[in-house]
Design a protein. Structure first.
Length: 98
């Protein structure tokens, strides 16, 4: 039997309890392979998901659902020198990142 992450759906339920993603611009710091990104991205207007690991970002781009191609973007950068203008996002997420 393959490993199942969050079979009870705790992650998306908790995310949506703490933030309303509808129509928002989201910055996700440390997105990894996008596993968490897919839990909220359909509600958001735009998602910029960043990570330093090129291989994780490659996987995220491959696994990105087709209907999210236009508004979910993956960028390789660190969280200290963000390549975005100030006040570009409504919500910032940081989960399981160092």
């Amino acid at each position: 039997m393959p490993l199942q992450r969050d079979p009870e759906g705790t992650e998306p339920r908790t995310l949506h309890e703490f933030a309303d993603f509808n129509g928002t611009r989201v910055l996700e710091i440390g997105c990894g392979d996008g596993r968490l990104t897919w839990k909220y991205a359909r509600s958001a207007r735009q998602v910029m998901a960043i990570d330093l690991e090129a291989e994780d970002l490659r996987v995220a781009r491959i696994e990105r659902p087709n209907d999210l191609d236009e508004h979910v973007h993956f960028v390789r950068c660190d969280s200290i020198t963000l390549p975005f203008q100030k006040e570009s996002f409504d919500i910032a997420l940081l989960s399981w990142s160092l």
